[in-house]
Design a protein around this ligand. Structure first.
Ligand SMILES: [Zn+2]
Ligand SMILES: [Zn+2]
Length: 281
């Protein structure tokens, strides 16, 4: 099977945000590559198993990590590497000092890569990256893109149910930390996963990463409806769109990309994002 992509009018967005046009094009090209790979249907958990798992703070992925399609993941990753090697130095993804991205053939990819990525086995991933001539950050970004179609499908096949309470700050489907938040018109604080695009409700007053209470809210002149919620404890921030008076210019995940200038400004002030964005940086 193949996963469905979230689409938006790219032409309109590029016109509205010319400084982000290149990022939007890169993202679109990468999505096309990884979403074109067929994979075997993800597991559909029995309702009881799913509810029991979530109730004991296990994510959907924790329960069925070994059951995703490794061959399809490696194929998507190889397609992505081929694209990045051909478009070296065009930005959007990091590359080496000379601006090159190495060409990497599928047979060089270790069989354990997908599961090491999904379980965030940092030491193993650093080892794989060194063998492939990439930085660990580059490898993780690429794995994030290659795994997304399967994670999106896994989430859609295993919805948590309306009565399911999830009190943790990370994604109930794949375990990633959020890269964006929205305060809905009803005042709910909804977090957005950069990997599987899940949205889930979390208490507004606590940091989703470290649980610290007492976030500092910074307003942006250029983006009056976007807040930076900063955690003084773990020194990270989360971009937060406050609905109510204004609708965002585009849906998430595109909203994360068009507001990239906010991340660039925050980086200059040595603020760290709470997690990777949808483009893996
Ligand atoms: Zn997720
Ligand atoms: Zn924190």
């Amino acid at each position: 099977m193949k996963a469905k992509r979230i689409q938006t009018s790219l032409k309109k967005l590029k016109k509205q945000f010319p400084a982000r046009a290149h990022h939007l094009e890169m993202f679109e090209a990468i999505q096309k590559i990884v979403y074109s790979v067929s994979f075997s249907s993800p597991p559909v958990l029995d309702r009881k198993e799913l509810e029991q798992g979530l109730r004991s703070d296990r994510t959907v992925l924790d329960i069925c990590e070994q059951r995703l399609d490794n061959g399809a993941f490696l194929k998507a990753l190889t397609g992505l590497f081929r694209f990045l090697a051909a478009h070296s130095g065009e930005g959007g993804f990091e590359s080496d000092a000379a601006g090159r991205f190495p060409a990497i053939k599928e047979e060089r990819l270790p069989d354990t890569l997908m599961n090491n990525y999904l379980s965030a086995a940092e030491d193993a991933l650093a080892g794989h990256a060194a063998e492939l001539g990439l930085s660990a950050a580059e490898l993780v970004s690429c794995c994030q893109q290659a795994a997304r179609p399967q994670l999106v499908t896994l989430r859609e096949a295993n919805p948590p149910g309306d009565d399911m309470e999830w009190k943790l700050g990370h994604c109930p489907c794949c375990g990633a930390l959020p890269c964006f938040a929205e305060i809905t018109a009803e005042g709910l604080h909804c977090l957005r996963c950069p990997n599987c695009y899940a949205d889930y409700i979390f208490s507004r007053h606590y940091c989703p990463r470290c649980g610290h209470a007492g976030l500092i809210t910074l307003a942006m002149d250029a983006w009056p409806h976007l807040l930076l919620e900063k955690c003084p404890e773990c020194r990270t921030y989360l971009k937060t769109w406050s609905h109510g008076s204004a609708e965002p210019p585009c849906p998430y995940p595109y909203l994360d990309i068009v507001t990239g200038e906010v991340d660039e400004a925050a980086n200059l002030q040595e603020l760290r994002r709470l997690s990777l964005g949808v483009m893996g940086v």
